[in-house]
Design a protein. Structure first.
Length: 223
């Protein structure tokens, strides 16, 4: 192969890697933690009103519409990270980008603080109890190097520290969608690819089953 061709080929091979950016610009350093601790939920509530967040997330962060996404009771650190990722286009959503693009970090922290004070939706009483799914939730699958969902998302699915979101009480459709997005790599704002590496080997059946384990009850009228 002529030298120039070879060089071009090598460069082409490296383009995707060279372009690989950090999955998120958010770091939970002391400045960020201080800002989150000092965030003002009252100002957050005002911002939520003017930003019309209720149009897509329900009046108090919980919606009866299965196409919506429940955000009440999410930890402020997780919500803040997502809002920042939308603003930085690390997580791709036109709707969310439009909702946050004029806001600064303090305002995003205030919004996150407001939603964190609200009562979260609960998982459906008749939730999926399939033993294979419970095993993934509480034990994981060492053969596939899948850690227990509960180790990061909490025993009760109410989330963990920093960027570990609550899953319990979320809309089923959204859980399926996000797991598939991580599986396909369409959502890649998870630092250290922690979720992508879990979702990678999950089957469609397991994704449905896990969503049915964590999901909120859908009101009959909306079914
Ligand atoms: C026009 C509809 C719409 C509006 C208005 C809207 N959102 Fe969203 N929101 C969405 C959609 C759709 C997603 C999921 C997008 C995706 O898949 O990444 C989302 C995702 C989120 C998430 C991440 C949820 C998660 O579990 O990761 C948060 C937090 C959030 N929105 C907060 C807000 C706040 C705060 C406002 C108001 C400032 C707002 N949204 C306004 C549609 C909307
Ligand atoms: C090693 C830790 C870890 C494990 C194990 C893990 N997750 Fe996650 N998960 C995360 C992190 C971190 C995020 C948030 C990534 C981000 O957006 O910053 C996440 C996000 C998610 C989301 C998207 C939530 C939302 O509101 O958008 C779903 C759904 C999810 N995980 C389901 C699962 C399931 C089901 C399992 C078990 C099969 C699991 N996770 C195991 C760390 C983990």
């Amino acid at each position: 192969m002529p030298r120039l061709m070879m060089l071009l080929t090598i460069m082409a091979l490296f383009v995707p890697r060279a372009g690989a950016e950090p999955s998120s610009a958010v770091a939970f350093d002391s400045a960020t933690l201080r800002m989150l601790a000092n965030a003002d939920p009252v100002r957050g509530e005002e911002l939520a009103q003017t930003g019309k967040c209720y149009k897509c997330h329900g009046d108090a962060g919980v919606s009866e519409d299965p196409d919506d996404i429940n955000i009440a009771g999410m930890s402020s650190s997780y919500a803040y990270k997502q809002l920042t990722d939308y603003l930085d286009k690390k997580r791709d959503s036109r709707d969310m980008y439009k909702s946050v693009r004029k806001l600064d970090a303090r305002q995003l922290a205030d919004l996150a603080a407001w939603y964190a004070t609200l009562e979260p939706a609960q998982p459906a009483p008749q939730r999926n109890r399939d033993p294979a799914i419970l095993r993934l939730v509480f034990k994981g699958d060492p053969e596939r190097m899948i850690k227990a969902c509960a180790s990061c998302h909490g025993r009760r699915g109410r989330g963990g520290q920093f960027d570990h979101p609550a899953l319990a009480g979320q809309q089923r459709e959204y859980l399926v969608l996000s797991l598939n997005e991580f599986k396909e790599g369409d959502r890649d704002n998870d630092i250290y690819a922690r979720m992508r590496s879990v979702a990678e080997t999950l089957t469609e059946e397991e994704i449905e089953g896990l969503a049915a384990y964590y999901a909120t009850a859908v009101p009959e009228a909306a079914q």
